[in-house]
Design a binder for this molecule. Structure first.
Ligand code: DGL
Length: 263
């Protein structure tokens, strides 16, 4: 098969990365996508660098079965801890979500807030990436470990979610007007986040990553050579009964058949 006609492989620690799939399907509807979610081992955000890096390498290896033309690490935590290791061994190019999110943040003026998992915030990966664009940028980071379970539970628009969002976001100084959603799950909590900090410019790292993928395809990787709508294949390392319902909310379309794969 022509390389440009191969699928794009996307992986995440769970189903949160379906928000990145949604962004990819909107901006590159003709591309075939294979999504791999490590639902058996979620969360990554509370684990150590060594473990997250190992999981990232294993997920990259699993995706090689579909011979992707590109791998997108949709998970911020895996991007923060496993991107260089996977890039070093992968036969195809690999991109993460941190660099596109950091680039978009650096384009804004003033201090930047980062919200993410404990492991993402602890890695300071966003800080490093933003400072590559603007060494003097003031950055504040807040780890928000309770937001992933709230999103996985489907509490997208709920007073409890509002209270927790407010508690986390109030840790950012008032002058912070740009906040990076440094976790795949957070775009689903937008209503609560917006109510907790109205008027903020939110950077959805998934959406800006879709633009980065577009640039790569436009370059040497190439677009799929047919204009028919691309397929979406979803593989998970474990499938619970509620997954279809919550997954469809993340994807913003009905989640079709899910294949369970052994890790
Ligand atoms: N998907 C992860 C991320 O984007 C968060 C979930 C987890 O902790 O595994 O950082």
């Amino acid at each position: 098969m022509n390389r440009s006609d191969r699928p794009i492989g996307v992986f995440d620690s769970g189903i949160g990365g379906l928000t990145v799939i949604h962004a990819l399907r909107q901006s590159l509807p003709q591309e075939d996508l294979v999504y791999l979610g490590d639902t058996a081992r979620l969360p990554y955000g509370s684990k150590s660098h060594r473990t997250i890096e190992r999981y990232t390498l294993q997920m990259g290896e699993l995706l090689q079965r579909v011979e992707p033309k590109l791998i997108v690490i949709a998970c911020n935590t895996a991007s923060a801890h496993g991107l260089p290791a996977l890039q070093a061994v992968s036969p195809c190019p690999v991109i993460g979500v941190i660099e596109p999110g950091a680039e978009a943040a650096a384009e804004q003026n003033g201090p930047v807030g980062i919200i993410g998992t404990l492991a993402t915030v602890g890695s300071a990966a966003y800080d490093t990436a933003i400072r590559r664009h603007d060494p003097d940028r003031v950055i504040y980071s807040v780890a928000c470990p309770l937001l992933v379970p709230l999103a996985e539970e489907g509490w997208f628009d709920d007073p409890v979610t509002d209270t927790i969002c407010r508690r986390y976001l109030n840790q950012l100084p008032f002058e912070v007007k740009t906040v990076v959603l440094g976790c795949t799950h957070y775009p689903t909590l937008m209503a609560s986040l917006e109510r907790s900090r109205p008027g903020t410019h939110w950077i959805d790292s998934g959406r800006v990553t879709a633009k980065a993928v577009d640039r790569l395809l436009q370059g040497h990787l190439g677009y799929r050579t047919t204009s028919a709508r691309g397929t979406l294949k979803v593989q998970l390392t474990d499938a619970s009964s509620r997954l279809k319902e919550v997954g469809s909310r993340f994807l913003e379309e009905t989640l079709g058949d899910v294949e369970v794969v052994e890790i």
